[in-house]
Design a protein around this ligand. Sequence first.
Ligand code: FMN
Length: 107
Amino acid sequence: MAINIETRKPELANRTGGLSGPAIKPIAIKLVWEAAKAIQIPIIGMGGIYSSEDALEFIIAGASAVAVGTASFTDPSTVVRVIEEMERWMAAKGIGSVAELKGTVQA
Ligand SMILES: Cc1cc2nc3c(=O)[nH]c(=O)nc-3n(C[C@H](O)[C@H](O)[C@H](O)COP(=O)(O)O)c2cc1C
C-alpha cells in the first residue's frame, strides 16, 4: 500500500496491491524449500527471477520448474536469456537435466 500524503488517498486504485520482483525472492525461495520438504508434487518456483542464478536457486531449493513475471515487463527477452544462461552453466558443470539439480540444496 502507498498513500498520497496530500490527498490522503491510497495511490493504488484498488487501495492495496501485490508485491513482486526482487524484494520477494528470498521469501519465495524459502517457501519453495519448505514446500519441497513437505509435499511430493512438482513445484513451480516464482518470485523475483531476473537471472539464471535466480532460477537455479529455486531449482536447487526444490522447484521442478520456474516462471518469470515482473522481469518480463522491463525486458521481454528475460526468459530466453535465463534459459540460455542456465544451459551454459549446466553444460559447464556437466549437469544434464534440471531434474538432476532439483532439491540438491545442502541444508
Ligand atoms: C501484473 C501482475 C499480475 C499478476 N496477476 C496474477 C494473477 O492473476 N494470479 C496469480 O496467481 N498471480 C498473479 N501475479 C503474481 C505472479 O504470478 C507472481 O507470483 C509474482 O509476480 C512473483 O513473480 P515475479 O517476481 O517474477 O513477478 C501477478 C503479478 C503481476 C506483476
